[in-house]
Design a protein around this ligand. Structure first.
Ligand SMILES: NC(=O)C1=CN([C@@H]2O[C@H](COP(=O)(O)OP(=O)(O)OC[C@H]3O[C@@H](n4cnc5c(N)ncnc54)[C@H](OP(=O)(O)O)[C@@H]3O)[C@@H](O)[C@H]2O)C=CC1
Ligand SMILES: CC(=O)N[C@@H](CCC(=O)OP(=O)(O)O)C(=O)O
Length: 330
């Protein structure tokens, strides 16, 4: 199975190459970068030396001839590639936000016109496993919505309000330097941003709706001085009181067949480098608030690992192929 990574010089592109190095059926044969064409991939991803001899190329999209393509480019750029790939039968996984939302919602949230819209499955396998195998194009979820939705999903129908409070590592902002992500602003510091209107809240609401929830959903992200990981605390407010035993049973049942969701105390180092989402939950006295906490690696379950999970489902490979990576704790 020949694979192209479009946008391979970025963080998620590098993670795709790292994880696919141990895939039993896939081989990365094309790694694109507009700026680094002709240079060795291992020059900008030195951790990959010895695992890839590829050089970056900058082909026209119509000349990319592979079985599977990953779009690891910014939102609004992915829509320029997807159409040409899928019309030639290339299974495509888009890591950007371009196909995650209905067209009108996307255009409102992202403030741009969508010039090549397709309705495609939302690639959160734990919720949409049945839709993904039939699809030629899958929208890989946002990093925050992945951790948040997996934390609250089993209680979706019981909640009237869900408040997600997330802390993220800086690699979520991508490889390009900026004043926001420079060391002097991030190191030895901790701050909230986009406090009431982050673009990911639309995805979080969409997935709660998919689960049959009418809960009102709110979200505030914070920037942690770490490279990888998202810890999300979900405050799940209920109309009817619930017991700890009932919540235990709901989560255990919901995730009984999900290898990548582990019900144990979440921490960033407990999932680092891996495709796991760890989730724990506790009922407050009185039974009307459940606090559920999740941890993911934003570059793996929040992006490239989940994208490979989707590829595996789309292509009939074992779901965990390329993803049997043990977390890096401590
Ligand atoms: N980082 C994260 O934790 C997560 C990221 N994502 C999403 O995945 C995608 C990639 O993210 P990430 O790897 O962090 O981003 P980076 O900024 O690190 O990398 C982006 C890549 O895309 C290329 N690129 C940039 N602009 C364009 C363009 N207009 N056309 C073609 N290629 C372009 C860049 O290389 P060059 O300029 O050389 O061509 C680079 O290789 C984004 O949509 C992001 O939102 C999703 C979940 C989590
Ligand atoms: C730290 C940081 O800036 N994180 C990014 C989200 C990460 C991301 O990649 O967004 P998508 O999943 O939609 O692609 C942000 O808050 O916008």
């Amino acid at each position: 199975m020949q694979i192209a990574i479009i946008g391979a010089s970025g963080f998620t592109g590098g993670e795709l190459i790292r994880l696919l190095a141990s895939h039993s059926e896939g081989e990365v044969v094309c790694a694109t970068s507009r700026k680094l064409a002709g240079k060795a991939v291992a020059l900008t991803h030195p951790h990959l030396r010895g695992f890839t001899d590829l050089e970056y190329t900058n082909p026209d999209v119509g000349d990319i001839d592979v079985d599977v393509a990953f779009l690891a480019v910014p939102h609004t750029a992915a829509m320029n590639y997807a159409g040409s790939l899928i019309e030639r039968g290339i299974r495509t996984i888009d890591l950007s936000a371009d196909y995650r939302l209905p067209k009108d919602t996307y255009e409102k949230v992202y403030g741009v016109e969508h010039t090549d819209y397709h309705t495609v499955p939302y690639g959160l396998p734990e919720l949409h496993r049945n839709e993904i195998p039939r699809s030629i194009l899958v929208a890989n979820p946002g990093c925050f919505p992945t951790g948040a939705t997996l934390a609250a999903a089993p209680l979706a129908k019981r909640a009237h309000t869900i408040i997600y409070d997330s802390k993220t590592g800086v690699s979520g902002a991508g490889v390009s330097p900026s004043v926001t992500n420079m060391y002097t602003n991030v190191g030895d510091n901790f701050t909230a941003y986009k406090m009431t209107a982050h673009r990911h809240v639309a995805e979080m609401r969409q997935e709660m709706g998919f689960l049959g929830s009418s809960a009102s959903v709110h979200f505030t992200p914070h920037l942690l001085p770490v490279n990888r990981g998202i810890l999300t605390t979900a405050h799940i407010l209920l109309d009817e009181p619930i017991t700890q035993e009932e919540v235990d049973a709901l989560y255990e049942d919901f995730y009984a067949r999900e290898f990548f969701v582990r019900l144990q105390r979440p921490s960033l180092s407990g999932v680092r480098g891996s495709n796991f989402c760890d989730v724990a939950f506790e009922v407050e006295e009185g039974g009307k608030r459940v606090v559920a906490v999740s941890a993911i690696d934003n570059l793996v379950k929040g992006a490239s690992g989940q994208a490979i999970q989707n590829m595996n489902l789309m292509c009939g490979c074992a779901e965990a192929d390329g993803l049997m990576v043990v977390p890096l704790q401590p």
